[in-house]
Write a protein that binds this ligand. Structure first.
Ligand SMILES: Cc1cc2nc3c(=O)[nH]c(=O)nc-3n(C[C@H](O)[C@H](O)[C@H](O)COP(=O)(O)OP(=O)(O)OC[C@H]3O[C@@H](n4cnc5c(N)ncnc54)[C@H](O)[C@@H]3O)c2cc1C
Length: 438
């Protein structure tokens, strides 16, 4: 309930701030002799600008804002609303062209700086959106893209503000100047928070890697112990951003789910599969080295959804947040019915297999189903993929009384969600985590 109210509150704040410029334009004073089309164009420009400014807040990973929705939902909103903001801003010059019946204003050689500022801002925004949509096709690494993304966002906002000041309408009165200055200062403050204040806070909360454990299947667990502070308080299933080898000021940090129990406060574990350039280096992390953890984030946690029982469906390394939930439930001595369906390509990729088997001693109502796509000859478990037929066979007796947690590759999540819906599981009982935020 608390998260529900918080969610509504932040939505209200978002709507209020993005529509604030409309009140400014409405209240005036209006420049003389302007027609409706011009005023509409200006109002849209201002609203678009406020929306771009708000993007800095959406991506700053403020925990109170993120907590009710989960970071994936916030970032999804950020992506969708960026395109909307761009289209709203684009409508600003398009309405001017329409009003003038010509593109004369684009003859930049005779235009004042304020028009140049507007063009630069719009181009930066267009490039920002294009490189985000086609990042993979453009073969941009995540790190390069992130640097470019931040730089283009600052250029777009800075030049747009230059354009507003150059035009000079609706910024003449003292109250308007205070309002716009506050909005601009807030955006700068967010940047300082992300790049300076937050890294300084993380620097004061270092962790030592006390163990690097080979889990097989190209997967390693890093055990991190807090140094001089009380450690990470999290809800089982959440994730954090890890900076290995790097200072917290570095741009290189990656999201990983905590795999340890939320009740173990003297250490936190991350279990990482080597899938790319960063994760491939995890095996070489030296015990005793320092790391920084920015978290917790995410809403993928059984703690928030009390139920008669839980069904966990994991694909490959998607077991990590679910393992954290199982370990935590075991530490609580939970007796509710729990079903784990764990699918992987081959046996080596069933990370934590031995420990999950031992968990049966502590979780008396835990049932486990393993599904292998490429099983060994002596395999007597399920084979193939997790499909509706397999789900139907293993569904709990009262499916509507359970909550469902899904984590794995995207095609698997889509299929499993469909399968669950088809056996009458309410959509609101299905919670999914995709290991891909961008
Ligand atoms: C919420 C969440 C929880 C995760 N938990 C785990 C886990 O417990 N164990 C595990 O092994 N993996 C986990 N991942 C996946 C892990 O973050 C990526 O595999 C890792 O960042 C890839 O980095 P790379 O340089 O090795 O691979 P690359 O080949 O460079 O990247 C592969 C893809 O991963 C994404 N990616 C790369 N770098 C980042 C970054 N810094 N931030 C965000 N996305 C990035 C991009 O989409 C990129 O295209 C999780 C991801 C998310 C979003």
């Amino acid at each position: 309930m608390r998260h529900f109210i918080q969610g509504f509150f932040w939505l209200g704040v978002y709507l209020f701030v993005s529509l604030l410029p409309l009140f400014v334009v409405f209240l005036g004073p209006h420049p003389p002799g302007r027609d409706f089309l011009t005023e509409l164009s200006v109002a849209l420009g201002f609203v678009g600008l406020a929306m771009v400014g708000l993007q800095f807040f959406l991506t700053a990973r403020f925990r109170p804002i993120e907590a009710p929705y989960g970071l994936d939902v916030i970032l999804h909103f950020h992506r969708e609303i960026s395109t909307a903001a761009f289209l709203i801003i684009l409508a600003h010059p398009l309405l001017i062209f329409w009003r003038d019946g010509s593109l004369q204003i684009l003859n930049l050689s005779v235009q004042p700086a304020r028009v140049w500022f507007a063009v630069i801002s719009l181009l930066a925004l267009a490039t920002l959106i294009a490189t985000s949509i086609w990042r993979k096709a453009l073969r941009l690494s995540y790190e390069k893209w992130r640097l470019l993304h931040g730089t283009l966002a600052i250029i777009a906002l800075g030049f747009a503000l230059g354009h507003v000041i150059g035009v000079g309408h609706y910024i003449a009165d003292l109250w308007q100047q205070i309002l716009w200055s506050l909005m601009a200062a807030a955006s700068v403050a967010v940047l300082l928070y992300i790049r300076v204040f937050k890294p300084l806070m993380l620097k004061r909360r270092p962790y030592t890697i006390s163990e690097v454990r080979d889990e097989g299947g190209q997967t390693w667990t890093l055990r991190c112990r807090p140094e001089g502070h009380e450690g990470l308080e999290f809800e089982a299933g959440q994730f954090a951003w890890l900076s290995l080898w790097e200072s917290p000021f570095s741009i290189e940090e990656h999201p990983f789910s905590m795999s340890s129990s939320a009740l173990q406060r003297d250490h936190v574990d991350f279990t990482i599969k080597a899938l790319g350039d960063f994760t491939a280096k995890v095996a070489n992390v030296e015990e005793g080295s320092t790391t920084y953890i920015d978290g917790p984030y995410g809403a993928f946690t059984s703690d928030r959804y009390p139920a008669a029982g839980y069904v966990f469906i994991a694909g490959g390394i998607g077991i990590t947040p679910i393992m954290s939930m199982l370990r935590t439930l075991a530490d609580y001595g939970d007796t509710r019915p729990l079903l784990l369906i764990f699918a992987a390509h081959e046996f080596e990729s069933l990370t934590f297999y031995d420990e999950i088997e031992k968990l049966h001693d502590r979780l008396e109502n835990l049932q486990t189903i393993y599904v292998l796509d490429s099983p060994p000859d002596d395999w007597d478990g399920e084979t193939g993929y997790v499909d509706s037929e397999l789900i139907e066979r293993h569904m709990p007796e009262y499916p509507r009384r359970h909550e469902y947690f899904l984590c794995g590759p995207f095609p698997m999540l889509v299929n499993v969600e469909q399968a669950l819906l088809s056996v009458d599981v309410p959509r609101t009982h299905i919670h999914a985590e995709l290991f891909n935020l961008v």
